[in-house]
Write a protein that binds this ligand. Structure first.
Ligand SMILES: Cc1cc2nc3c(=O)[nH]c(=O)nc-3n(C[C@H](O)[C@H](O)[C@H](O)COP(=O)(O)O)c2cc1C
Ligand SMILES: [Fe+2]
Ligand SMILES: [Fe+2]
Length: 405
């Protein structure tokens, strides 16, 4: 999509990336894609805000050159040094050496480390403003959303917040760039949650700090560097981010993420019985196969539900490897504050439960109940599993329910 004017003199000149399979080299986006939103302000002084990754430099240059000659650019605002926003900087610098890079003090050091850039860099301070003519830029440090050097840039005339990673999401833009034009807003919100949990979740406290800090600013447009631009309902994406950030410490709504793995179907049969019990209790349940689903898609469920149910067989006196891997992702994201239950089949020694408990020990989960069985579950054991699922689901409700006869 060629440049789109989002406010007088302010253009989106972003790039849709539909060829990168893994964001940050690890999170799948093959189906969804991602956008790197860059912005251009054409005033007396001309400023580019945020760049793009190295593989997209040709596309960004085409966007930019559709509006001005590189020699006319006065400023390049680097809100965040992560290479998804700066990879194309080396080429851009050689085409526009006259453009002064505006960034935080921490980003200045990183510019040298990543790109060997030391000259024509101007450090901006928190709250500092810079006039482009009719438009003014104001810089707000938002450390650790997502890196220590990160800042947001606010355009004071039109009240546009260029928030960089904050309020961003996965998903290439599907032909429209604004929230009010998005036909499937739920898709973007789902992908924003997945992005939040994959990329930002460890920095939930800095996110809350940033939201508080930016709270005093009147915002007409939220223009992040990934995903939709919000102008009809700017409060919506800020509130979603606030709610998600709060879940780092607060208990989420009742609901179960049921992650299971099974080599020969014994644990899977029990999983179906357990799921029946959870459903009978009327509690939402999301079911994932640990070996087939990337953690990227499971983590958002774990983040937003109060209960985690682990179903896995014993494998070499330990936990079924794909499950251990899923737990490692959950540990990495520090998803504590959850109620948990375990079930699984074993052949002779067992060991899956012990390993699972040891693994997630740092998260201090409350283990409500566990259910191990040998080989294939009998009908009686499956009925036990159903009741086990029911009890676990009930334990998540605000008031403990009673098991009907
Ligand atoms: C490669 C492999 C390693 C296993 N290692 C153990 C083990 O160390 N201890 C144990 O009790 N069972 C072990 N088992 C047996 C499984 O835990 C058992 O067959 C269980 O019923 C499998 O459940 P599933 O059908 O859900 O995969 C192993 C099975 C396989 C295939
Ligand atoms: Fe980032
Ligand atoms: Fe980013």
């Amino acid at each position: 999509m060629p440049a789109i004017e989002i406010r007088p003199d302010i253009y989106w000149i972003g790039v849709n990336d539909r060829t990168t399979d893994l964001f940050e080299g690890m999170w799948p986006i093959t189906e969804e894609g991602v956008s790197y939103n860059s912005y251009l302000i054409l005033d007396e002084k001309k400023a580019l805000i945020d760049i793009t990754r190295n593989t997209q430099e040709a596309n960004l240059l085409a966007q930019l050159q559709g509006r001005l000659d590189c020699h006319e650019l006065d400023y390049i605002v680097v809100n965040h040094m992560e290479p998804d926003h700066t990879g194309a900087l080396r080429v851009l610098r050689s085409l526009a050496p006259q453009a002064t890079i505006l960034c935080s003090a921490k980003a200045q050091a990183m510019l040298k480390d990543y790109y060997g850039i030391t000259d024509n860099v101007q450090v901006v301070a928190d709250g500092e403003t810079l006039s482009l003519g009719k438009h003014q830029l104001q810089f707000h440090m938002i450390p650790f959303v997502h890196w220590p050097e990160t800042m947001a840039t606010y355009e004071t005339t039109e009240k546009v917040l260029f928030s960089c990673d904050a309020f961003g999401g996965y998903g290439a833009l599907r032909g429209s760039i604004f929230d009010d034009q998005a036909v499937d807003l739920a898709h973007y919100e789902r992908e924003a949650l997945r992005y939040y949990v994959n990329i930002v979740a460890r920095f939930s406290q800095p996110t809350l700090n940033a939201i508080k800090k930016l709270g005093g600013i009147e915002i007409a447009v939220v223009a992040p560097s990934h995903g939709l631009i919000w102008r009809r309902d700017t409060k919506r994406i800020i509130e979603l981010y606030r709610q998600w950030a709060l879940l780092a410490t607060n208990q989420p709504d009742p609901g179960v993420t049921l992650i299971y793995g099974s080599m020969y179907g014994n644990t899977e049969a029990m999983m179906n019985a357990v799921a029946q019990g959870i459903s009978r209790a009327g509690v939402p349940v999301e079911i994932f196969n640990a070996a087939r689903t990337h953690a990227s898609y499971i983590l958002p469920s774990v983040w937003t539900h109060s209960g985690v149910m682990i179903g896995a067989p014993t494998y070499e006196v330990g936990l079924f490897t794909p499950m251990a891997e899923q737990l490692r992702y959950i540990i990495e994201k520090r998803i504590s504050n959850r109620k948990a239950a375990f079930f699984g089949s074993y052949g002779w020694s067992g060991g899956a439960l012990k390993t699972a408990k040891q693994l997630v020990e740092p998260l201090k989960w409350e283990w409500v109940e566990t259910l191990e069985f040998q080989g294939r579950a009998t009908l009686e054991q499956l009925a036990e599993g159903e009741a086990f699922g029911y009890r676990f689901a009930e334990s998540l409700k605000p008031q403990q329910g009673v098991i009907p006869q």
